[in-house]
Design a protein around this ligand. Sequence first.
Ligand code: HEM
Length: 406
Amino acid sequence: MESTESLEQDAKDTWAHSLAPNSLEDPYGPTEAVIEGCPSLFLSPASFANLDDSRMWVATRFEPIREIFQNTERYSSKCVYPYFRALGIDLTAIPIQLDPPEHTVYRKFLEPWFSPKAVMALEPRIRANIDRLIDGFADKGECDAAHDFGRIYPVKVFMELMGFPEERFEDFLSWSHCMHFELDDQERYLWGARSALDYVRSYIEDVRKAPPDETVASRIVHGEIDGRKLTDDEIAGTVFFLWDGGMDTVAATSSLIFRRLALDPELQQLLRDNPERMANAVEEFLRMNPTVNTVRVAKVDHELEGQQIRAGDRLLCLVASGNFDPDKYENPREFRLDRSHNRHMTFVAGPHRCLGINLARFELRIALSEFLRRIPAFRMKPGAECVATPGLLGAPKVPIEWDLSA
Ligand code: HEM
């Protein structure tokens, strides 16, 4: 009989390997092995982000993942954001590291600038950014849909929204890259986080001295919660987290979408034939390409999925498998435009449901619609490297080509 340690090791290998870079048409294909081979909740031998020795559980199915996100009596998000702690700085990332009812106050403060109405008002800016980029390659017959397009438009839109100066674009991307993808190189990882935080703090100082304007950073700096101005640390924790949240997420999703379309001419044609169903298409792409697998920490001893959870245990929610749970979705690995009630966990659920959800959906919808309207049938360039990671890195390169005569 296999020992408990070796069973745990097998389970860990299954889920960790399923998130490795691959060249499959559907990079999330390997998470099927997690659904088939792992329990809905199991103890992983890995500690959380190597930061402490807490026990870490891995939730692999839709229902326990939903329960962990929604039940804020049992689960806290204080552990979500490792950067300030890694830097040895006593700062809270707002709103992500706060639990209700404290969280609710800050969330209500921020929500108006990310509401559907506020996002709709950004449409001309979003379109202008996207059109300008497409103008740059439309008559060339080729582009890198990740590097020349998907990597750029969401960050530019977000920078304008916040009021960040355009010339910091490459710096921002480089800091963000170190923070998320150079975890094994402690020096680079900390350099990215430190540089971003230093910049955010100095930017806040500039905004404070300037008269209030309509940018989100200015509204935060000059705004009030319950009749008082936010403290320096509150502002830094909020602007820093927004900066981070708005950087890679849409870009990674976008790269995965364009990669899939370049490899799947039938799916591409389906979208071209159904432009009015772009909102459904984007939602299905979001379900099938989740970029964030996030964590919570247990507040109290309790039982979940038949397991005894102790206060202080971490719980990793493996959205990359939960979004393909066959108990929740019919033919979960099939892309379907007609999926009704397409509830997924890509933006999580409960009070921390992504604040940028309206912006993210809207940007992806416009980008996809405009690209398909202006660029004819495209395909991966022969011999192109097309590796994708089922997560925030997405597909850094998606070199595609099309016939100019088409
Ligand atoms: C496809 C794009 C995006 C994805 C997949 C995504 C995903 C997520 C996820 C999974 C969370 C919850 C994390 C957790 O609870 O541990 C989250 C929260 C958040 N996201 Fe996004 N995000 C996206 C775009 C954006 C954008 C564009 C912004 C900002 C403009 C943004 C701002 C935020 C904020 C502020 C929170 C914290 C909400 C709270 O704690 O109440 N996100 N996002």
